[in-house]
Design a protein around this ligand. Structure first.
Ligand SMILES: Cc1ncc(C[n+]2csc(CCOP(=O)(O)OP(=O)(O)O)c2C)c(N)n1
Ligand SMILES: [Mg+2]
Length: 585
């Protein structure tokens, strides 16, 4: 059957009968089970979208702004561990998506992004919406290309998928001129090949790392998102317990360890290197797995490690190995396979002295964790009855009301520590932290997560400031009737910027002054905004009404927004700065 006799979307008898390239691309998506497209349409994509409308097996998730679109794709890819497909509109749609693509690129989320553009014959006119799309996308993608020939579309598409999925994973971009999409081609659809990256390290390297961990007095394990990618949470716990080493999350957005593990001591944070040094500088041997060292905004210029510390780094990303710090051994290997091998080697090398030392480590660090938790609980108890309610009181109620199999997306910013204290997320793929530095990823990310796991209740927490970067994401949740509870941790400010400015003043021995541009006044009525987008909303001011709102939202289905008014003061931090500097009045 020739394509002239075949309706769009209708299967031809002959799989290779000529069809428009856009139709071939849709078949390729179905072949690879990449059957969700996140997008926002424009004129130059309309031909593709008209063809898509004949493919009910592919779902188009409509976002009202490209930042929302790319954010939803990010969440979807993080939960499915597969590449998400993103369609944006020419230079302007790509421009709107840039911040989300930046964060996806920095945090290694696999996505295939494409934009339409005019017919190649018209590009020389440099007309309306013209622009060099591939140059715009290049810095925030692993690979950025324009397809110029219809018959080559699927070859380049499949390569794009492979590049996005091969560690270090990340977004890729294709510019697809209308003339290329309309060209009639022999489709040649076949499954996209994947690179198997489960590479076992060489035995000698394994032996050397194991021996160092056995010989050393004070080991430390640092982990990041490539541990979660490899599914190596259990291997981290096993090795840390075997050698008695504390574990800290460094570049930690996915759940690379259970917060309930007795030796997992939390996250080092991505702000200040000095805080990280307090953790790293005592270690005599450091094993970093699947994480950059260090991704902080303000790295320390002083050494993070003792002069005689032995540093080992295992990652799937060669760029990150020995990027900033000399390593005794850097291993390009699958974290899961490497940790399994190292554990076996440690068991072989184990002696009674080593076992005693490891037992000492386990006792010391699990006691340290218990003491840390107790101190935090004490601090939370001290502000328990505060009005507006404290972030910790809010977190306690939220966690108590959370359905057992819930998936939590956390962009709670300065309320996140409180949430983590009560939640102690444990199961892989049950907790996702906003990453990559771009605010607003939380709510679209939760929508993507819900689409990936429709069977699980989803809670999306966001700071009030963060939510306002992508507030129209609520419309997509209403349109798709998604059971998501959107919770605003509303302190009516960019509170973290106040805390960071206090650090800045303290470092420079300056007295605190007024905070510039950090209060969100006039107040935003999130409940009314949500209702405008078709999402029932309410505002709560105390723990009891929060509990009632959560119970009702989780039991009634569809999206709900709960705006929780919490304490946004930073008076304790101000007092700390004043105490550290005697010159303040
Ligand atoms: C797209 C983007 N714009 C601006 C910033 C700078 N920024 C970092 S944190 C922050 C404030 C976050 O406020 P909110 O979400 O209310 O959380 P809170 O600090 O109050 O807990 C801002 C504006 C950013 N990281 N990303
Ligand atoms: Mg805030």
């Amino acid at each position: 059957m020739s394509h002239a006799n075949t309706e769009p979307g209708e299967a031809s008898d002959d799989a290779n009968a000529p069809i428009p390239a856009k139709e071939a691309l849709l078949r390729q998506l179905v072949r690879d089970k990449m059957d969700v497209i996140f997008g926002n349409p424009g004129t130059v994509e309309e031909g593709f979208l008209a063809a898509l409308s004949h493919h009910p097996e592919i779902r188009y998730i409509f976002g009202l702004q490209e930042s929302v679109v790319a954010g939803m794709a990010d969440g979807y890819a993080r939960v499915t561990h597969r590449p998400a497909v993103v369609q944006v509109h020419s230079a302007v749609g790509l421009g709107n998506a840039m911040a989300m693509l930046y964060q996806a690129h920095r945090s290694f989320t696999p996505m295939v992004v494409f934009a339409g553009e005019v017919d190649t014959r018209l590009q020389a006119f440099d007309g309306f919406l013209g622009g060099d799309l591939t140059e715009i996308a290049r810095p925030v993608t692993k690979w950025s290309v324009r397809v110029l020939h219809g018959p080559q579309l699927l070859r380049m598409w499949r390569r794009a998928v492979k590049v996005a999925m091969t560690p270090p994973q990340g977004p890729v971009f294709l510019a697809l001129p209308m003339s290329v999409l309309d060209e009639v081609v022999e489709p040649d659809v076949h499954e996209t090949s994947a690179v198997n990256w489960h590479v076992t390290p060489p035995a000698a390297a394994v032996e050397a790392i194991a021996k160092a961990l056995v010989d050393t007095s004070n080991p430390l394990i640092l982990i990041g998102d490539n541990v979660a990618l490899a599914g190596a949470q259990g291997e981290v716990r096993q090795l840390s317990e075997l050698v008695g080493a504390p574990v800290y999350g460094v570049d930690f957005g996915d759940l690379s360890a259970s917060f309930k593990d007795p030796l997992f001591l939390g996250l080092v944070g991505h702000g200040f290197g000095e805080q990280t040094r307090a953790i790293t500088r005592e270690a005599t041997a450091v094993l970093a797995v699947g994480t950059p060292l260090f991704p902080e905004l303000f790295p320390s210029l002083k050494p993070y490690f003792r002069d005689d510390a032995r540093l080992f780094q295992i990652d799937l990303n060669p760029w990150e190995i020995a990027k900033n710090y000399a390593v005794e051994l850097g291993l390009l290997a699958d974290p899961k396979a490497a940790l399994q091998e190292i554990t076996q080697a440690v068991l072989r090398l184990s002696t009674p002295e080593f076992q005693q030392k490891a037992r000492g480590g386990r006792q010391r660090w699990s006691a340290h964790k218990r003491a840390q938790r107790a101190a935090r609980q004490q601090a939370f108890d001290a502000v328990w009855d505060r009005s507006p309610m404290s972030a910790s009181r809010m977190a306690e109620v939220v966690v108590a009301c959370l359905p057992g199999n819930a998936l939590v997306y956390d962009e709670a910013i300065t309320s996140s520590d409180e949430l983590l204290h009560y939640l102690e997320p444990s199961a892989a793929d049950s907790y996702f932290l906003g990453r990559g530095g771009c605010l607003g990823v939380g709510w679209p990310g939760a929508i993507g997560a819900k689409l990936a796991r429709p069977d699980r209740p989803v809670l999306a927490l966001s700071g009030d400031g963060s939510a306002l970067y992508i507030i129209q994401a609520l419309w997509t949740a209403a349109r798709e009737k998604l059971d998501i509870v959107f919770l605003v941790c509303n302190n009516r400010s960019y509170r973290i910027l106040k805390v960071n400015l206090l650090h800045y003043w303290a470092e420079r021995q300056e007295c605190p002054g007024p905070f510039p541009f950090m209060d969100l006044t006039p107040e935003v009525r999130f409940d009314k905004v949500a209702e405008g987008f078709g999402v029932p909303g309410c505002t709560v001011v105390d723990a009891e009404s929060l509990r009632a709102a959560l119970e009702s939202a989780f039991s009634s289905g569809g999206p709900h927004l709960i705006d929780v008014l919490i304490d946004g003061s930073v008076s304790e931090e101000v007092r700390m700065v004043i105490r550290s500097h005697s010159g303040c009045a």
